[in-house]
Design a protein around this ligand. Structure first.
Ligand SMILES: [Fe+2]
Length: 288
């Protein structure tokens, strides 16, 4: 009995995984240039392979891109990539294909900020212990929320979803930090900037205790869809005293018995080309 451990470091809250972000797009061609050729992610080869939707694999998570008017997440999607230098090279290479779109990127010493053809913002980081062991991951989604809402948002996640959530200060901004799996987070950063209206995009999470939050939400009239046995949806994060909405983002909530839970995702090595090819290195070989 020589060694002792801080066992609380192994605790996670009720959200087991942040699996996907869903934004509709009007055209798969620029999406392919940005997400696949530029960002280096992998189109799911098994599901949604037609022209009306595409699923894009990022380690154990995905972006879902059904056809529709362009939607824009009200915040930033945080990604871990194995190599920022190689990412910058790829983004530079796809720039001519995306010249008439909102695409752009800026390389900083510690990260790359990239914007998709329709204005969705991605912040790409190198692997780091703060994001867990993964070298390719959807690490967080950081929403921009009105001033004075983060305490109520953290309380909502703790009491409604039974998640681990707390507030902290990041620079001059208050932030609610919600654990969304072993190494993933939902972040809510207060801003004074006006928010665009909510356009219907969504995130998807898996819950261990699936029925408890459902009971809590249905008692308050917050369930917006009883999708099926393994899934429901809600949109409003509310102040639990007043019932007033603090922020709106549709959550697609699934149980661990959903057949899609933890399905193995194909990830490729984007460094492979026909002219710089290494036999046996087609698959992504890092940790994810
Ligand atoms: Fe979804």
């Amino acid at each position: 009995m020589a060694e002792t451990y801080d066992r609380t470091r192994g605790d996670t809250g009720n959200i087991v995984a942040l699996e996907h972000v869903n934004v509709t797009i009007p055209d798969q061609r620029p999406a392919t240039a940005f997400y696949i050729a530029g960002m280096g992610f992998t189109r799911d080869p098994y599901v949604q392979v037609g022209l009306d939707n595409m699923w894009v694999n990022i380690g154990r998570s995905q972006c879902h891109l059904p056809n529709g008017n362009p939607q824009r997440l009200r915040g930033t999607i945080g990604i871990v990539v194995p190599d920022l230098g190689e990412l910058a090279q790829r983004l530079k290479k796809v720039t001519p294909w995306l010249k008439d779109t909102q695409f752009g990127f800026q390389a900083h010493a510690d990260r790359i900020e990239a914007t998709c053809p329709w204005g969705n913002r991605f912040r790409c980081h190198a692997p780091s212990p703060e994001f867990g062991p993964a070298e390719l991951a959807l690490a967080y989604v950081e929403f921009e929320v009105p001033r004075g809402t983060t305490e109520g948002i953290a309380r909502f996640y703790r009491e409604a979803l039974r998640a681990t959530a707390a507030t902290e200060q990041r620079g001059s901004d208050a932030l609610a930090r919600v654990e969304a799996g072993a190494s993933q987070q939902l972040l809510f950063r207060e801003t004074s900037d006006p928010l665009p209206p909510y356009d219907g995009h969504h995130i998807q999470i898996y819950l261990a205790d699936f029925s408890g939050p459902h009971r809590f939400l249905i008692e308050r009239g917050l369930i917006t869809e009883e999708s099926n046995e393994h899934q429901y949806r809600f949109r409003d994060i509310v102040d639990l005293d007043s019932g007033k909405p603090l922020f709106t983002i549709e959550h697609e909530v699934r149980s661990l018995r959903n057949p899609l839970y933890a399905r193995p995702l194909v990830n490729r090595n984007p460094a492979q080309t026909n002219t710089a090819y290494t036999r046996g290195h087609d698959a992504f070989r890092g940790t994810y």
